[in-house]
Design a protein around this ligand. Structure first.
Ligand code: NAD
Length: 502
């Protein structure tokens, strides 16, 4: 197929498709076939300005739209999404590769944030102090920032943007979403749904692109806040550049998530959990478990159980009812496989090798089967780096203290889990571990929408986590108003500092 035959995924501005003027584009592949299925427009600065300026123009009217009307539109969006989420899941699978049931799960977790945002009037309520001074009343209110940018990774093309935009929009901001160029279509589907739900033009916009689009979002004077999710080096860059331009930035980065298996754990339960958390979505989740920390001699039995289960996983096309899909691109598959090569060279033990998997899918699909590596040490590259693929590394340690030291020494701090039947050990762990999200006998502890999502250390740059009340605070600014409505007889000059004793 020549590039002129391909559908080009463009931008979305003022509730209409906008092809852009840059002439630049990138190929989008179907990971299960390896074929180029579409191409995506890559904005240049002029395209980015067109989209950002439309969002800026829409802001004053949207900010002043009543809470009742804003909430009604968010509620309508929720209803449409709930009715039609299968369509969105199919788009995700076609560009990311994850199996359909997993894509549907992603949409459902995003929908939870939409539901949370339907309660925004309650979340934006301020305080009021009547007669703080004689006939002086004081109240607090939270106001939207203005235009906010959302920059998303490839691995959750719907859920990650939905961590942010329902709250941003419900709070009265206007949004420019920059999706990953590897999975650009879900954003356009969501944009059309917003228009159908009655969202005014310019409130939700999509800007397709790469670094050029990101840099304009980070520097344009109308953009007041940026929520970024992606790898740690880019998160650091986004945080440093955005804050240097005076913007409020939350930048969620990469991860290396450990699961500690204590000797008293139910090893069948733990093995199920390790397989689900290590190989679900082919390991392309920021909350995937990639390091299994086997404590005090459980390793041999645990690895046997994990391996027995992992061998039953059917790797293949996500539309065919398989358990695990392909990796997102050929380059990423090769990079993940190279970590397996290096682990062997560095002296680790390969228990299960996914490089030769026979997949139920296209011969050119980006396949890599479940892989288990034992006797991994902290110096090996498969432990040091975030691999972001279906590779479980097993580290053997003697004690709980060794496991804790291992995790707290790691530069990442996104998610972690402990498997045990000892309540005291579990309590000690969640108190002592330096990680933002902790599971106790729960392998992927992604918080519900009304709590906040975010890691510590190199997994998040900024002060606020995503969604929950921290999300509401990120997308709003506090203001306190002091009022007096007196008759004119109370006039007169007084240069003293205001005091509340009057
Ligand atoms: P990525 O960092 O390559 O890309 C993320 C976004 O940044 C994309 O929109 C991309 O277009 C943009 N980008 C890429 N290079 C850029 C550059 N040089 N300058 C400016 N912008 C640039 O990440 P990815 O590969 O799409 O996603 C996987 C990563 O995201 C993993 O590291 C994963 O752990 C992380 N992630 C983290 C979380 C979290 O909550 N902490 C959630 C999902 C994914």
């Amino acid at each position: 197929m020549s590039s002129s035959d391909l559908t080009r995924v463009g931008h979305w501005v003022n509730n209409k498709a906008f092809p852009g003027t840059s002439g630049r584009a990138a190929a989008v592949t179907n990971p299960a076939t390896g074929a180029v299925s579409r191409e995506v427009a890559l904005a240049h600065v002029a395209d980015a300005r067109t989209v950002i300026e439309a969002a800026a123009a829409a802001f004053p009217a949207w900010r002043d739209t009543s809470l009742a009307k804003r909430t009604a539109i968010v509620f309508r969006f929720r209803e449409l999404l709930n009715e039609r989420k299968d369509e969105l899941a199919a788009i995700i699978t076609s560009e990311h590769g994850k199996v359909l049931s997993d894509a549907l799960g992603e949409v459902t977790r995003g929908q939870e944030v939409v539901e949370f945002a339907c309660g925004i009037p309650h979340l934006l309520k301020g305080g009021f102090s009547g007669n703080a001074s004689t006939e002086v009343d004081v109240f607090s209110t939270r106001q939207p920032l203005g235009v906010v940018g959302i920059i998303a990774p490839f691995n959750f093309p719907a859920m990650v943007p939905m961590w942010f935009f329902p709250i941003a929009i419900a709070s009265g901001n206007t949004v420019v979403l920059k999706p990953s160029e590897k999975a650009p279509s879900a954003a356009l589907w969501l944009a059309e749904l917003w228009a159908e739900a009655g969202l005014p033009a310019g409130v939700f916009n999509v800007l397709q692109g790469d670094k050029a689009a990101v840099d304009e979002l980070l520097s344009h004077r109308s953009v007041k806040g940026v929520s970024f999710v992606g790898s740690t080096p880019i998160a650091e860059y986004v945080y440093a550049t955005g804050t240097a331009h005076g913007k409020r930035v939350q930048a969620l980065g990469g991860a290396k998530n450990h699961a500690v298996i204590l000797p008293d754990a139910d090893l069948d339960l733990a093995a199920d959990a390790m397989v689900n958390a290590g190989f679900g979505s082919a390991g392309e989740r920021c909350m995937a478990i990639s390091a299994v920390v086997a404590v005090g001699g459980v390793a041999d039995e645990l690895i046997a159980k994990i391996s027995e289960r992992a061998k039953k996983i059917r790797t293949g096309d996500g539309t065919r009812g398989c358990d695990m899909g392909p990796l997102v691109t050929a380059a990423h598959r090769d990079k993940v496989a190279s970590y397996v090569d290096k682990a062997e060279q560095e002296g680790a033990t390969l228990v299960l090798d996914g490089r030769e998997v026979e997949a139920d899918g296209g011969k050119d699909g980006f396949w890599l089967g479940p892989t288990i590596i034992d006797n991994v040490t902290t110096e090996m590259s498969c432990y040091r780096d975030e691999i972001f693929g279906p590779v479980l590394s097993v580290l053997r340690v003697e004690s709980y203290e060794d496991a804790l030291e291992l995790i707290n020494s790691n530069p990442y701090g996104n998610g972690t889990a402990i498997f045990t039947n000892d309540g005291g050990a579990a309590r000690r762990f969640h108190n002592e571990v330096e990680v933002g999200m902790v599971g106790i006998n729960v392998p992927i502890p992604v918080p519900m929408a009304y709590y906040s999502f975010g890691g510590w250390k190199n997994s998040l740059f900024g002060d606020t986590h995503a969604h929950g009340t921290e999300g509401v605070h990120f997308f709003t600014r506090g203001k306190v108003v002091t009022t007096r409505w007196q008759d004119p007889s109370h006039g007169g000059l007084n240069l003293g500092f205001p005091q509340t004793t009057a």
